[in-house]
Ligand binder design. Structure first.
Ligand code: ADP
Ligand code: MG
Length: 221
């Protein structure tokens, strides 16, 4: 159901790691509001907390303090913490994740990798959706290849296909061009732009300012 409220609202998010006497403020007082259909990028050098932040926004990690809500639902900071069951539902229904490394399973084909969310979440209707997404991302001809038999750009497209197959409302992409040459990066950015034009909310983090500038609402740090 479409909501008029922003998808993702954060207030004063902090993430502090403690290693002995050392305190690392990976996320230091971040407040933001990301609405439906936006394409947002966070940029910053390596170690500036991008992965930590995107994992918190995607409900994969808890902040140390602050508040996070997705639509009208409070995820952190108001009332009792959500149970794992509720978090699993949110991760499955709201978000698609493209991780910094592709995390493709080397022994499964392209098609089987794209199918994985359905296997985990035991959803029906997988076949048709997998076919649609393979076509949309130009992967039909690679469907029976293993990850070791395709190019870096194709691997990233498989990772994006897998993130999209559940029809998430928000696509989270951690360094989606980080492992790719410039021509292939361009291809992936064009794909993200076209997904955003067709209505997908995208939150991306990248250490490359040029890549971040491709978002419609770049958010310099
Ligand atoms: N699990 C962890 N334990 C301790 N420190 C961590 C952990 N994860 C990340 N950090 C530290 O938090 C900071 C931000 O890391 P990260 O979010 O991975 O940054 P980025 O993605 O921008 O490179 C770094 O200093 C990193 O070493
Ligand atoms: Mg990172």
């Amino acid at each position: 159901m479409a909501s008029a409220l922003p998808h993702v609202t954060a207030e004063n998010l902090m993430k502090i790691y403690r290693r002995g006497a050392e305190e690392i403020r990976a996320v230091n007082d971040v407040s933001l509001s990301i609405g439906e259909g936006e394409f947002v990028a966070f940029t910053g050098p390596s170690g500036s907390g991008k992965t930590t932040l995107i994992n918190i926004l995607g409900c994969l990690d808890n902040p140390t303090s602050g508040r996070l809500s997705i639509g009208e639902r409070s995820i952190f900071g108001d009332g009792a913490p959500l149970g794992e069951g509720m978090l699993t539902d949110i991760r499955r229904d709201i978000f698609g994740y493209v991780f910094q490394k592709f995390y493709l399973i080397p022994t499964l084909t392209v098609r089987e990798n794209v199918m994985l969310p359905f296997v985990f979440f035991k959803k029906m209707g997988a076949e048709a959706e997998v076919e649609n997404i393979l076509r949309l991302l130009g992967l039909d001809k690679r469907r029976n290849h293993l990850p070791g038999q395709i190019s870096g750009g194709e691997m990233q497209r498989v990772a994006i296909a897998r993130a999209l197959v559940n029809k998430p409302r928000v696509l989270l992409a951690d360094e989606p061009t980080g492992n790719l040459d410039s021509a292939t990066s361009e291809e992936i950015l064009n794909l993200l732009e076209s997904l955003n034009r067709s209505g997908k909310t995208i939150i991306m983090v990248t250490h490359e300012p040029d890549v971040g500038a491709r978002a419609r609402h770049p958010n310099p740090q």
